[in-house]
Design a protein around this ligand. Structure first.
Ligand SMILES: Cc1ncc(COP(=O)(O)O)c(C=O)c1O
Length: 440
């Protein structure tokens, strides 16, 4: 048996006890639980790359605004479901200044994280036409969104975009859209887990096909502005965060404060609905809601039923952080650039030790460095790779659960890997590669 930081015996025993027979099927939270137990029993700290917990401090301006709001007494009052005016105003400005999209304040709605935004979007958009079945996920993607569709009883389709970039994207999308069964199409940009980013041409393709087949696009901007290859950080100055909103009226955006502002704990984000979609009527919505209006059903149907609005004080925090960004007083992109530096180093040491980056290109450009990257180890299938890395004190999640079908591998998240852990990561990877030298 190889000498490893954590014994193979312990790893095998705890995997067995967890009841997870194939680690590639384990959810993020199940891996978190397993690694917590491994750390506790072995006394060894892991290089934990399984969960996208922001690893940075939240901006002071947000924390202060939330404290002040609580001191003003907002805790005792229900917030309006469609959001406090200050926040609606700053969301609208943010979308104009950083995405160059015009939208009315009525379509700028706070949500309990982008997570709730997706749930509400499915609840309304997937019910807008009785003849359609549900969502097309452009994978790889964030697994919980499929779980949301499942708990709602919505059907979904998905495909791995790896082989369908550029000009191949249109025909692939069309093959699904022309069935007439697709209500919504969802992707994240930058992408969790691959950190690929659609080009303007690809977004145009998605937008034009959404118009042609009357599909609603749910564009998940959980990592807004974080394609660090470009500088999207200056309000009102190009380049802007690319968005499908320039190519179709059928758009709905999900914005998260979790990563851009390291505000995950407060569970506050925003949904932004394009004006035309907001005011559109869909008679089939009346099966579930009192109105056939899309925006009205979203606010007084879905969001009312889900949580009756968003944490009052956190809305003021988000308003303050957006305002500081909009006014050019806080650079939220610079605030997260640390992740790119970590990814750059980590990708290099993984590759020096026999690993390959799975999603490595955006058509002709190397994929950027950011919050996640994807790895494989030639000759090792996903489950074996995950099991084999655990004794070396390294954890991540499988690529398979993100809908990736191209190469079996893992998603690595850089957020918990502070620079002080780099030497340890390098040492462990070297040992792993020495013990499994099969590939280079
Ligand atoms: C692609 C994607 N969408 C949505 C979310 C959820 O974001 P929030 O924390 O705002 O609910 C995440 C969180 O990791 C994500 O990666």
């Amino acid at each position: 048996m190889k000498q490893t930081p954590v014994s193979h015996k312990l790893v095998d025993r705890l995997i067995e006890a967890s009841g997870l027979d194939d680690l590639t099927g384990a959810s993020i939270r199940e891996i978190v639980k397993l690694v917590n137990e491994l750390e506790r029993e072995s006394g060894t700290k892991y290089i934990r790359m399984e969960m996208g917990v922001p690893g940075l401090e939240p901006p002071e301006v947000g924390v202060e605004a939330e404290i002040l709001a609580l001191r003003r007494g907002v805790a005792s009052r229900y917030p309006m479901i469609d959001g406090v005016p200050e926040l609606k105003r700053e969301i609208r400005r943010f979308v104009k200044l950083f995405l160059d999209l015009d939208v009315s304040e009525e379509g700028c709605i706070p949500t309990v994280g982008a997570m709730q935004g997706a749930m509400a979007a499915f609840m309304v958009a997937n019910r807008s036409d009785r003849n359609k079945l549900g969502t097309l996920f452009i994978d790889p993607g964030f697994p919980v969104q499929k779980q949301q569709c499942r708990v709602l009883g919505h059907d979904y389709e998905s495909f791995d975009v790896y082989d369908y970039r550029g000009e191949k994207l249109g025909p692939k999308l069309e093959s699904y859209f022309k069935t007439g069964k697709i209500s919504t199409v969802l992707y994240s940009n930058p992408n969790n887990p691959a950190w690929i980013c659609f080009t303007e041409d690809e977004l145009r393709t998605i937008g034009e096909l959404a118009e042609k087949y009357d599909v609603i696009v749910i564009e998940d901007l959980a990592y807004v502005g974080m394609d660090f290859r470009k500088d999207y950080s200056q309000p009102g100055v190009p380049p802007y965060q690319p968005t499908v909103g320039h190519y179709t009226d059928n758009w709905l955006l999900l914005i998260s404060s979790s990563k851009a502002f390291s505000f995950a704990g407060e569970r506050v984000g925003a949904m932004v609905i394009g004006d035309k979609l907001f005011s559109r009527t869909y008679p089939d919505l009346k099966r579930y809601y009192t109105s056939d209006g899309f925006g009205y059903s979203m606010i007084f149907g879905a969001l009312y039923a889900l949580s009756s609005g968003v944490n009052h004080s956190a809305q003021y925090a988000l308003a303050a952080m957006l305002k500081a960004s909009n006014d050019g007083q806080y650079n939220f992109v610079e605030g997260t650039r640390e992740y790119a530096e970590r990814a750059n180093f980590m990708k290099r040491v993984f590759q020096e030790n026999g690993f390959k980056i799975v999603y490595d290109h955006d058509i002709d450009l190397p994929v950027g460095d950011g919050f996640y990257f994807t790895i494989s180890y030639p000759g090792m299938k996903g489950d074996t790779l995950m099991r084999n890395l655990l004794p070396y004190g390294i954890s991540g999640i499988s690529l398979a659960i993100s809908g990736s079908t191209h190469t079996e591998g893992m998603r690595a998240c850089v957020s918990q890997i502070h620079k002080s852990l780099f030497p340890l990561l390098e040492e462990r990877l070297k040992l792993f590669h020495k013990d499994y030298p099969g590939s280079k």
